[in-house]
Ligand binder design. Structure first.
Ligand code: MN
Length: 249
């Protein structure tokens, strides 16, 4: 295993705005370990596993620490590594994850599964919080939009829970913003999401719930419904509101 130092200047020049955000915690050099690249400067970019904004135990008892640790380090970590491996040396190297997902029908299954897995988990961690709440504060734009587009918060919650419960096998439930700025609920199989050109209904996801068994099985076993109910205690609505405003721009 050799340690390689990437020049930040070279790497940053290839970054999109979205990618930059996840790289801002790096100062002068990004260090990575690999056994495949020789010890020279590499002109390329890598997607990086973002730091969790809370500890593994912070979301307990709704999501337990062991599940968080395995989910983040092993599952999300593997999607990240596999995405980097899948795009290395291809035309996708250096492209934003949003661009990759929006053209996913042209890419390999490895890019689809791992690119989706990378993006979906980035979003998932960001919309969870130990200080979360079931409902958004009434003065937030997302609160007004939910009432406008669903009729009530309870109707939104009912549709979202239904989408999460009835997604057969592995997948995600989503709250997204469509091209006209309207909110909608959907679900997707595997690591697909509404940004993908293959999605049944396309939009920008602002809230997502991972309903793969790896997300809940240690604590909830087969009781997905209990995991979905617990999710409403740890939603970071301020972050969802931020994503809503960004998606509406
Ligand atoms: Mn997952």
């Amino acid at each position: 295993m050799k340690t390689i130092l990437f020049s930040t200047a070279i790497i940053l020049s290839f970054f999109s705005k979205a990618q930059l955000i996840s790289y801002t915690h790096y100062s002068k050099q990004i260090t990575m370990t690999t056994n495949t690249i020789s010890q020279t400067q590499v002109q390329g970019t890598m997607f990086e596993l973002p730091k969790l904004p809370y500890s593994y135990s912070a979301l307990a008892p709704y999501i337990d620490a062991r599940t968080m640790e395995i989910h983040y380090e092993k599952h999300h970590g593997t999607y990240t590594n596999n995405l980097n491996a899948a795009i290395k040396g291809t035309e996708l190297e250096g492209k934003s994850i949003e661009y990759i997902l929006s053209t996913i029908s042209k890419h390999s299954a490895a890019v689809r599964n791992n690119g989706g897995g990378y993006y979906n988990h980035n979003l998932f961690w960001s919309i969870l919080s130990p200080n979360g709440s079931e409902k958004p504060a009434e003065n937030l734009e997302i609160s007004k939009a939910i009432i406008k587009d669903f009729g009530s918060f309870d109707e939104f919650k009912s549709q979202f829970s239904q989408a999460a419960t009835t997604r057969f096998g592995s997948g995600w439930a989503w709250l997204s913003v469509d091209a006209s700025g309207k909110l909608f609920v959907s679900s997707s199989p595997n690591q697909d999401n509404p940004l993908m050109d293959v999605a049944e209904k396309k939009g920008t996801p602002i809230l997502g719930l991972d309903v793969w068994e790896h997300a809940y099985y240690l604590n909830y076993q087969n009781r997905r419904v209990d995991y979905i109910a617990a999710f409403y205690n740890i939603i970071n609505w301020n972050e969802v509101n931020k994503k809503y405003l960004e998606a509406k721009k």
